[in-house]
Design a protein around this ligand. Structure first.
Ligand SMILES: NC(=O)c1ccc[n+]([C@@H]2O[C@H](COP(=O)([O-])OP(=O)(O)OC[C@H]3O[C@@H](n4cnc5c(N)ncnc54)[C@H](OP(=O)(O)O)[C@@H]3O)[C@@H](O)[C@H]2O)c1
Length: 249
């Protein structure tokens, strides 16, 4: 049977790599992000057929609602939606006394509330399957905040806590709900990816990791995929840390 997966934040980084992994394994992929050009680029690079892109600003609850209504009405997939990967996220680094309430609200909206809204509104599709999956991409910072990331860390801590509660509520509906906690992954979310001293900063970041290199999107994408497959069938409400060992320091 053909399976479908909706991945938020699929225009870049971890989400784009996750789209590739699912497409390689015969899924129809629904890619969500804001940047239509980058969504198209990723979608066109995927093997297989039936992939669709959706340009949606997750900072805008109206856009989220419209998308959900459209997906439920138009059903742009062969069967039903079997997996939802809530991966989109933003970080706005600043010290607590310099962080505006607006910044807190935006980070909570994109990192937490958008995932809640999508999951709630798309639940009729998920419940159509005998088994379906929600995977939330949280962060090691959910458990161990560091300075300048308080809004981000708090939003991810709430995402992880919600993951656990929802797993219990939906266990008898056949929906497994898990979270992944990435450590430092080389994606455009980090300045070292793009700035002029990028390679120097990157080497420094590598040296801080117990395994002596920062992670790659594939490390997270494979864990996400695992959490939607039979070998993880006895797993729900769990958090999976993929961080090169840094949480132990
Ligand atoms: N990289 C790391 O070290 C790391 C560590 C821990 C956790 N994470 C988490 O992993 C997830 C993926 O991050 P990444 O590292 O792959 O970063 P990234 O390359 O910057 O990708 C972020 C994705 O989120 C999307 N996004 C951001 N704001 C959005 C909005 N308002 N509406 C719709 N889409 C939006 C972006 O799409 P557009 O650009 O098209 O808007 C992009 O596709 C995030 O939740 C992040 O918090 C990352």
């Amino acid at each position: 049977m053909k399976h479908s997966v909706l991945i938020t934040g699929a225009s870049s980084g971890i989400g784009a790599k996750t789209a590739e992994i699912f497409a390689q394994r015969n899924y129809e992929v629904l890619l969500l992000g804001r940047n239509q050009d980058r969504l198209d680029q990723v979608a066109q690079s995927l093997p297989g057929e039936g992939h669709k892109t959706f340009s949606v600003d997750l900072n805008d609850p109206k856009e989220i609602n419209n998308l959900c209504t459209q997906l439920i009405k138009e059903r742009p997939f062969t069967n039903s939606l079997s997996a939802l990967i809530n991966n989109a996220g933003i970080i706005d680094k600043s010290l607590f006394d310099k962080t505006s309430l607006e910044s807190w609200r935006q980070q909570f909206q994109v990192n937490l509330f958008s995932a809640i809204e999508l999951t709630k509104n798309l639940s009729p599709l998920l419940f159509e399957n005998k088994t379906s999956f929600v995977v939330n991409v949280s962060s090691t910072l959910a458990e161990k905040p560091i300075p300048e990331t308080l809004a981000y860390s708090s939003s991810k801590a709430a995402l992880t806590s919600w993951t656990k509660g929802l797993a219990l509520e939906w266990a008898n509906k056949g929906v497994r709900v898990n979270a992944v906690h990435p450590g430092l992954i080389d994606t455009p979310i980090h300045e070292f990816h793009t700035d002029s001293e990028g390679s120097e900063n990157r080497q420094f970041m590598d040296s801080l990791q117990p395994l002596k290199k920062v992670g790659s999107p594939i490390h997270i994408a494979e864990m996400i995929y695992f959490l939607t497959q039979p070998p993880s069938e006895w797993t729900t409400g769990s958090t999976f840390t993929v961080d090169g060992g840094i949480q132990l320091l």
